[in-house]
Design a protein around this ligand. Structure first.
Ligand SMILES: [Zn+2]
Length: 511
């Protein structure tokens, strides 16, 4: 038994006033109260943990994190920020030398809309390898493959674009090697296959998860959990080697596909336990780089991006089978498709707690905020996106829509769940919360500052909000007797906060 005291306690359950002591035992919170708790006979023998003026909050939950994929990243040569073609060739050689037997040579993290713009298969072919090469974008929504890569994927001059993606072509109609959205899905799955040996994968997941614990994250929602990853997490839980708890959102190994038919025969949303639970099925309404916009700027129409036309069909299938849905929707047209789909499901299955998740909600209008509130939807948002999305988009000011409209959504009554989208953005919740307050882009520009949300609201989004999004509100998200003793000590509850300690089931796991 441990009793935490000597600091501020933010319970996040509306009963913070008077909470000075938190008692945990057997991995659970057993009592919350004033100093008099310490003299209660059953608590008197507890080991006292001095918060030393720090702030005790519930374990933070990253409601949209790609742990199963980010864990693989150390096996791939990191080409973040690379634009120079010779540097890229050297990276490809280094990866090929480190992994001489993999079918694909994979580098990871380039920014094909930034420093890496204009890179084609010819730049990859310059490495002179006979194996296919893939250079994946940091967004996990596009890539460039070598000529051998196009051959391995069976992509030729006459191959049509997939329904929601693009095989980029040059002026003469030849594929450039750039594969966008669903055109990249199979390339991702194929190039990943040699790196998912379960034992090694488990070690990488454990390493990555320990780093998350140091950031105060005690639970993640894996926002695209392939069947192999679900099996891996389950195995790790049985072996007691999974450092954070996981909610796995079922998704095919080939990212960005809405086809879930075989998985829908398996355990539905909610199955599992507090270590690993099945979450909402992950679906896509629009692209991640080709985000679907249908808005106006300066009175003129502003339309672009890719809508995934099969969203409704697959979402309804999942709902009919008892799954909840989480829909990636980045542009306002994507968000509208999500709202329309959720409406269809709500009418088809009335009286059910659907708890629709809209992932990202990148560009939204006030009418959409109200529609999402009416649906009881949770907006799973990424305040850290202010940094890079803000940088790319700060020049685009819509007439009737807003970027990363955290305040607008919350003000309309949409519950926010905090998340990172790691590895597409850094995972640290306090770092993200700072950006959600400050609304400052990578180069220091203000980004729709009126959409700022206060720091303590972000703490709520990363605890109760995220627990609700994951269907875990009965077990975590607040410092309430009966809930799991996953706790974090911050030095303060405002911007610039640092994580001092993380406790999992009452035990110190990071300091
Ligand atoms: Zn994501």
């Amino acid at each position: 038994m441990r009793a935490f005291t000597g600091g501020t306690v933010l319970t996040m359950d509306g009963a913070t006033a008077g909470a000075e002591v938190v008692v945990v035992d057997g991995g659970r919170i057993v009592a919350v109260g004033g100093r008099e708790l310490l003299t209660r006979p059953d608590v008197a023998g507890a080991e006292v943990v001095d918060l030393a003026g720090g702030v005790l909050v519930p374990g933070l939950i990253d409601a949209h994190n790609h742990l199963s994929v980010s864990a693989l990243h150390p096996q791939w040569h990191d080409v973040r920020g690379v634009g120079d073609r010779d540097t890229l060739v050297a990276a490809i050689h280094a990866q090929a030398a480190a992994w001489p037997d993999t079918a694909w040579v994979r580098c990871q993290g380039i920014d094909l809309m930034g420093a890496g713009a204009g890179i084609t298969r010819h730049n990859l072919d310059a490495a002179g390898l006979d194996r296919p090469v893939i250079v994946a974008d940091y967004t996990l929504h596009q890539c460039v493959v070598s000529t051998a890569g196009l051959d391995a994927l069976g992509i030729g001059r006459d191959t049509p674009d997939p329904p929601a993606g693009e095989i980029a072509r040059d002026g003469s109609g030849e594929a450039t090697g750039m594969l966008v959205e669903q055109a990249w899905s199979v390339a991702h799955a194929r190039s990943m296959a040699d790196f998912t040996d379960p034992d090694r994968w488990a070690e990488h997941v454990a390493d990555r998860a320990r780093a998350l614990l140091a950031e105060g994250i005690t639970c993640v929602h894996d926002a695209a959990c392939a069947p192999e990853a679900e099996a891996l997490f389950a195995t790790m839980v049985r072996a007691g080697t999974l450092p954070v708890d996981v909610v796995g959102m079922p998704h095919p190994a080939a990212l960005l596909l809405n086809e879930h038919t075989a998985r829908l025969d398996g355990p539905p949303t909610g199955e599992g336990d507090d270590r690993f639970r099945v979450g909402a099925v992950k679906l896509f309404a629009d692209g991640g780089v080709a985000i679907a916009l249908d808005a106006r700027v300066g009175g003129r129409p502003f339309r672009l991006g890719t809508l995934f036309g099969d969203l409704q069909e697959h979402a309804v299938q999942a709902a009919d089978r008892g799954f909840r849905i989480g829909v990636h929707a980045m542009g306002n047209a994507g968000v509208q498709a999500m709202i329309d789909t959720a409406g269809v499901i709500a009418r088809r299955h009335p009286g059910v707690d659907h708890r629709f998740r809209v992932e990202h909600a990148g560009v939204t209008s006030p009418a959409q905020w109200r529609a999402l509130a009416d649906l009881g939807a949770v907006a799973v948002v990424q305040p850290g996106f202010v940094q890079h999305v803000g940088e790319q988009a700060s020049g685009v000011r819509f007439d009737d829509h807003h970027w990363l409209a955290f305040a607008g959504l919350a003000g309309a009554g949409v519950r926010l769940a905090g998340s990172s989208d790691d590895p597409c953005a850094p995972s640290s919740p306090v770092w993200g919360a700072d950006l959600g307050v400050l609304r400052r882009t990578a180069s220091g520009k203000d980004f729709e500052p009126e959409q700022s949300v206060p720091f303590t609201d972000w703490l709520e989004a990363y605890t109760v909000g995220a627990a609700y999004a994951g269907g875990q509100e009965h077990e975590r998200g607040s410092i309430t007797p009966g809930k799991l003793a996953d706790l974090v000590v911050l030095d303060r509850a405002d911007t610039g906060a640092r994580v001092l300690q993380t406790y999992k089931r009452g035990a110190l796991v990071s300091s």
